[in-house]
Design a protein around this ligand. Structure first.
Ligand code: NAD
Ligand code: USQ
Length: 398
């Protein structure tokens, strides 16, 4: 299969590109390298020493004989170039990772809010419009988020995979309808993913595009078998207050002797997936596309659910780290339950990796190996959801 991986230089996109190339697919990465520029803006770097994209591709080719193409292109602003690329390469499928993906970054300033909306919504719409314009029958797999559902709306009922059956009262009695699950975004970033969903619904209905939307939970881990082949293929590891996600952050904090930064009571319950399962899920989604005329196919890309406080306790027990309960910089439910349907990937053969399987130790080892690259002043989350919210002091004793 010829696949374009949009956002293929990022944390999920790079290991997915290698995984698909390893399976024999013809992969081309399309990326504007904006994530690397945001590192410069935030004056922080991946904990792992990621190499330039050209070097990454050269090393992969030397080790495996397989070539991965690369096109430096901004999907939000370079529509004509992207459309021409589709006509030239005529891919069978696109995997779309190319969005600004951090909730705290999206809330840090008015400029960041505007950038996140402009970048994400325009990129997604340009991809859809270019597919229509090209006249190609390309399957699109998009990385969405569990955060489109929000945390609390469904109460104890399981969150379905995308659609909810509702009863609508009419004068002649109730009728049943299947609707997109109501959106309840908790940040400007999550808001853009709920807007993506409407774009997909429209383009499926109007142009019969074939679209799969993967509502992914928080990704943890860093290496896959392919990124671990050579240090020059290593995946990125974000640990800073904007881009670092909770479980990888806790593991990195434990490695450098920083107290684990629990926001509020840590009663937030979230869905998780290991990066090795992310790449397998994308593969499964590519192998099982919807047919023309279907509405968007939605999968919940989640393997387990945990409460933040319990993760901190688990890592504290494993490593002896201290746990710090900090003022929560976000506006989010203090405590929530989360019950997620995740049958579809299991039915298609996903054999999930769980936290209990020893990979926590692997992430900890990566964090320990590169701990000298960490800047402790970048750990505390400083982006607040509203002006005037309290932020935390630095916790590192030097
Ligand atoms: P990332 O920031 O590491 O990667 C995104 C990539 O897209 C970067 O390489 C960036 O340069 C590129 N990009 C952004 N805007 C672009 C544009 N306009 N044109 C071309 N390239 C552009 O993020 P990630 O963690 O790999 O996440 C990938 C996708 O998966 C995102 O859409 C994110 O919302 C989703 N997701 C991530 C997680 C997670 O925990 N990391 C969880 C759920 C969903
Ligand atoms: N949290 C802490 N301490 C920290 C960091 C986070 O307590 O040091 C808490 C947050 O307050 C939040 C929870 O942990 O309640 C998760 O935060 P996160 O930063 O790990 O994840 P989130 O902001 O939700 O975003 C990440 C990815 C995003 C993806 C999303 C999936 O950055 O791209 O869409 O996970 S989901 O959470 O399922 O919506």
């Amino acid at each position: 299969m010829k696949v374009l991986v949009l956002g293929g230089d990022g944390f999920c996109g790079w290991p997915t590109s290698l995984h698909l190339s390893d399976l024999g697919h013809d992969v081309t990465i399309v990326d504007n390298l904006s994530r690397r520029e945001i590192d410069l803006e935030l004056e922080v770097d991946s904990l792992t020493p990621i190499r330039p994209i050209g070097e990454r591709r050269r090393v992969w080719q030397t080790l495996t004989g397989k070539e991965i193409g690369f096109v430096h292109l901004d999907l939000a602003t370079e529509f004509d170039r992207f459309e021409a690329l589709l006509r030239e390469l005529r891919p069978d499928a696109l995997v779309h990772f190319a969005e600004q993906r951090a909730a705290p970054y999206s809330m840090r300033s008015t400029a960041a809010k505007r950038y996140t909306v402009d970048n994400n919504v325009r990129a997604t719409h340009n991809v859809l419009a270019a597919i229509v314009d090209s006249g190609l029958d390309v399957a699109l797999v998009h990385l969405g988020t569990m955060g489109v559902y929000g945390y609390g709306w469904s109460g104890s009922a399981p969150i379905p995979e995308g659609y909810l059956t509702v009863k609508v009262p009419t004068p002649d009695g109730d009728i049943e309808r299947e609707i997109l699950h109501p959106a309840n975004p908790g940040s400007v970033y999550h808001l853009t993913k709920t807007l993506d969903q409407l774009l997909f619904a429209f383009y499926c209905a109007n142009d019969q595009l074939r679209i799969t939307d993967l509502h992914q939970g928080i990704v943890w881990g860093t290496q896959t078998p392919q990124t671990a082949l050579d240090e020059r293929l290593i995946n990125r590891f974000d640990y800073d207050g904007d881009y670092g996600t909770v479980l990888n952050r806790f593991l990195m904090q434990a490695a450098i002797g920083h107290p684990l930064t629990v926001h509020g009571t840590g009663g937030q319950t979230r869905a998780f997936i290991h990066i090795r399962d992310t790449v397998r899920c994308v593969q499964i989604a590519l192998e099982n596309p919807p047919v023309r005329g279907d509405k968007p196919l939605v999968f919940n890309q989640v393997t387990e659910v945990h409460r933040v406080r319990e993760l901190a306790e688990l890592i504290a027990k494993l490593t002896g780290a201290e746990v710090a309960f900090l003022p929560n910089p976000r506006r989010e439910a203090v405590e929530n339950e989360l019950n997620v349907s995740r049958e579809k990937f299991l039915a298609l053969g996903l054999n999930p990796i769980f936290l209990s399987e020893g990979l926590l130790e692997e992430v900890r080892e990566v964090a320990l190996r590169y701990k000298d690259r960490a800047d402790p002043t970048k750990i505390i989350a400083r982006s607040v959801w509203r002006q005037g919210m309290e932020t935390s002091p630095d916790l590192m004793r030097s």
